[in-house]
Design a protein around this ligand. Sequence first.
Ligand code: SF4
Length: 133
Amino acid sequence: MNYIKKSPWILHYDGSSCNGCDIEVLACLTPLYDVERFGIINTGNPKHADILLITGGINEQNADVVRQLYEQMPTPKAVIAIGACAITGGIFKECYNILGGVDKVIPVDVYIPGCAASPESIIDGVVKALELL
Ligand code: SF4
């Protein structure tokens, strides 16, 4: 089995959301929470990413994008669904084009509840994902 031997790099994708959870993910990167001090780097390239952070639900338009991002990531990899929308579709669940949570299209390893999810719980989720890697 392959294990990562370096600091975890994350890829963040915002699906169909209100941007509330999206902003909480960005807060983790600000000096207040400063996840970079743990070596956690935000990358824009799925081929460099170990952990995929997804906020927001899956809809007809982003389903293929999410699948492609996941498939481009090297193994081992982990997926974290952040917030109620990423888990079930949340408040958008009944909308005409919403398919549901992230696990409708790719496997999810860690679920972080909340509306919005807090930066502390997001960091905790990354630590849990590390245990899987
Ligand atoms: S869970 Fe709440 S805060 Fe997060 S994207 Fe959905 S509606 Fe916004």
